[in-house]
Design a protein around this ligand. Structure first.
Ligand code: SF4
Length: 150
């Protein structure tokens, strides 16, 4: 099961094109200046199954963004969902507060990588905030395509 805070269909700010963005509950990075501290509670939102999520995703022909909170705190279940999304013919962007170095060094955090087209990584750093950057909040965060190839 997944704890989901919100699902927004047709967003254009969480990756290219029109996308379905799924906001998962829970984050422990505690970045100062976080835009969404109410997303930190791992018991927030409501419980949804893989089938519930795929039904909503398949209502539209949009690509999908997994965000939060930080979806990588549940890497096993995120891998299962990302695989199902890929099999439905859509690309997957994933937002995480972990850096790509932390992810690649961790057998657990890297479980979803084969099913992720693009990862937007790293904590939000208030002093590096740049509202002109597309798809990210601060300039330390990197947009990495095909992270599994690393
Ligand atoms: S990773 Fe994102 S949700 Fe988590 S504390 Fe940092 S900015 Fe907030």
């Amino acid at each position: 099961m997944y704890r989901v805070l919100d699902i927004i269909k047709g967003t254009t700010v969480d990756g290219p094109g029109f996308r379905t963005a799924i906001y998962f509950a829970g984050c422990s990075h505690q970045c100062p200046g976080c835009h969404n501290p109410q997303s930190w509670d791992f018991n927030g939102g409501k419980e949804m199954s893989l089938e519930d999520l795929m039904e909503i995703i398949e209502e539209e022909d949009f690509d999908v963004t997994l965000t939060g909170g930080d979806p990588l705190y549940k890497p096993g279940s995120i891998a299962i969902l990302a695989k199902a999304i890929k099999e439905s013919g859509h690309t997957v962007w994933l937002y995480t507060g972990f850096t790509i170095e932390e992810i690649l060094a961790s057998p657990s955090l890297s479980i979803p990588l084969p099913y992720i087209d693009t990862i937007v990584e790293g904590p939000f750093i208030q002093s590096l905030r740049d509202p002109d950057l597309p798809f990210r909040g601060s300039s330390n965060q990197r947009i990495i395509h095909n992270p599994y190839s690393l």
